[in-house]
Design a protein around this ligand. Structure first.
Ligand code: PLP
Length: 402
C-alpha cells in the first residue's frame, strides 16, 4: 500500500486553502457542529471551546433561545434597510441603551464598523460641540490596540503584521503606551476630541491595565473635555465578570462600542451606545449601513441580551473565572511566564511560542488560540459548566506536566 487516503479533515483543509484567501492560520480541525461550550469536528471528535469565537459566543454555541428568535424573525422579515422602519429596531435600541445607562444606540454590523462610527461621532462632536478647528481633531489610542481591520483602524495599530503595505493611512491618531496616564496627559491638546481604549487589551495578550487606570483616565478626559470611547466589543457583555469591563473601575465612558456577543454568534450585530449629545451629531444622510439595524439582527440581539440576564452569565463569568484563575496559578512549568485573568477572560503567558501548546491542547480536546505569539487566551463560553472547566484544567495539567 503506497497511496495514503486524505482524511476528511485534510480534504476540507485542502479545498479551503485552494479556494480561500489565506488571511488566517486556523488550527487544523474542521468544525461541523457546536452546542453550548462544545464543538464537534467532521470526524466526530469533540472539543471544549475555550475561545468562544473571540467572545462572540458568550451565550454558548447554538443557544436554543437565539435559534428560535432567529428563525421566527427570519420567517417574518429579515431586511428592510433603513429606508423604511421595522418593528424590531426601536425595542432593540431601548433595551440596549437602558442596559448601558445611555440615551441612544446606533446599530451597525461588525465591530470594526462600530469603532469607525464612534470615531465619526467623536470627530463631529469635536468640531460642533467642542469647537475644534475644521479637520484638526485628534484621537488618542494606545499601543498594542486592536480595534478591527479597516484601513483607518489598522492605520493606528502598532502591530506591523496588521499594517504592512496597507497604507497610506488616515491621519488624526496619536498612540501612547497602554496604562500610562502621564503619557495620555502629555498627548492631550485642545484639538483632542477623544481617547479610544480597550479596558483590557485582549488581542494584545489579555493585558490588564494598572488598578485605577480607567478611573483616572475617565477623570482626565472629563477635565479636558475629551470623550472617552470604550471599545468593549470583546470585554463587554459579561466576559470579564461584570457587564462591562469599565464597571470594574466604576467608569461610565462617553461611548460604549459593542459587538461580538451582542448577537451570541448568530448574526453580526454591533452598536455604538452613547448620550444624545454625542450620537445626536448624526443627521439623516450623514452615516449608514444597508444591514445596520435590520430586524433579524435586532431580534437576535435583544434575545442575546435577555439570555445574559436570565442565565446570570455575568455572575457565572465572575465565579467561574475566579476559580479558573486559581487553578491556572497552580500550574508549574518552565515555559509559563505568567497567568492572569478577569472573569472568564484568562491567559497563560509563555516564555516561548504558544502555538505548539495550543496544538497540544487541541490533541487533548481543548480549543484555544495563541494571541500575540506567546499568550494562550482561555475564554470559554460563559455557559460552560464547572465540570467542563475542571476537565479543561485537567487537560492543561496534562500539557503543562513539568
Ligand atoms: C473583535 C474586535 C473588534 C473588531 O470586530 P469585528 O467584528 O471583527 O470587526 C474591535 N475591537 C475589539 C476590542 C475586538 O475584540
Amino acid at each position: 500500500m503506497t497511496t495514503t487516503l486524505a482524511s476528511p479533515t485534510q480534504s476540507y483543509i485542502a479545498r479551503e486553502d485552494a479556494w480561500g484567501a489565506h488571511n488566517y492560520r486556523p488550527l487544523d480541525l474542521v468544525v461541523a457542529e457546536a452546542h453550548g461550550a462544545w464543538v464537534t469536528d467532521v470526524e466526530g471528535r469533540c472539543y471544549l471551546d475555550c475561545l468562544s469565537a473571540y467572545s462572540a459566543v458568550n451565550q454558548g454555541h447554538g443557544h436554543p433561545r437565539l435559534l428560535r428568535a432567529l428563525t421566527e424573525q427570519a420567517a417574518r422579515v429579515t431586511l428592510t434597510s433603513r429606508a423604511f422602519r421595522n418593528d424590531q429596531l426601536g425595542a432593540f435600541c431601548k433595551d440596549l441603551a437602558q442596559r448601558c445607562g445611555m440615551d441612544m444606540v446606533l446599530p451597525m454590523n461588525t465591530g470594526a464598523e462600530a469603532v469607525e462610527t464612534a470615531i465619526k461621532a467623536a470627530r463631529r462632536w469635536g468640531y460642533r460641540t467642542k469647537g475644534i478647528p475644521h479637520d484638526q481633531a485628534t484621537i488618542i489610542a494606545f499601543t498594542n490596540n486592536f480595534h478591527g481591520r479597516t484601513t483607518t483602524l489598522v492605520g493606528f495599530s502598532s502591530e506591523p503584521t496588521y499594517r504592512a503595505d496597507f497604507g497610506p493611512f488616515a491621519p488624526g491618531f496619536v498612540l501612547v503606551p497602554f496604562g500610562d496616564l502621564d503619557a495620555v496627559q502629555a498627548a492631550i491638546t485642545p484639538h483632542t476630541c477623544a481617547v479610544l481604549v480597550e479596558p483590557i487589551q485582549c488581542e494584545a495578550g489579555v493585558i490588564i491595565p494598572p488598578d485605577g487606570f480607567l478611573r483616572e483616565l475617565a477623570a482626565l478626559c472629563r477635565a479636558h473635555d475629551v470623550l472617552l470611547i470604550a471599545d468593549e466589543i470583546q470585554t463587554g457583555l459579561g466576559r470579564t465578570g461584570r457587564m462591562f469591563a469599565c464597571d470594574h473601575d466604576d467608569v461610565v465612558p462617553d461611548m460604549y462600542v459593542l459587538g461580538k456577543a451582542l448577537s451570541g454568534g448568530f448574526y453580526p450585530v454591533s452598536a455604538v451606545v452613547s448620550r444624545r449629545e454625542v450620537l445626536g451629531v448624526f443627521e439623516p444622510g450623514s452615516h449608514g449601513s444597508t444591514y445596520g439595524g435590520n430586524p433579524l439582527g435586532c431580534a437576535v440581539a435583544r434575545e442575546a441580551l435577555a439570555v445574559i440576564d436570565d442565565e446570570r452569565l455575568v455572575e457565572r463569568s465572575a465565579a467561574l473565572g475566579a476559580w479558573l484563575l486559581r487553578q491556572l496559578e497552580t500550574l508549574r512549568h518552565p515555559a509559563i511566564k505568567a497567568v492572569r485573568g478577569r472573569g472568564l477572560m484568562c491567559a497563560i503567558e509563555l516564555h516561548e511560542a504558544a502555538r505548539p501548546y495550543c496544538e497540544a491542547l487541541q490533541a487533548h480536546g481543548v480549543l484555544c488560540k495563541e494571541t500575540h505569539g506567546t499568550v494562550i487566551r482561555l475564554s470559554p463560553p460563559l455557559v460552560a459548566s464547572e465540570e467542563d472547566l475542571a476537565w479543561a484544567v485537567e487537560q492543561l495539567r496534562g500539557v503543562f506536566a513539568a
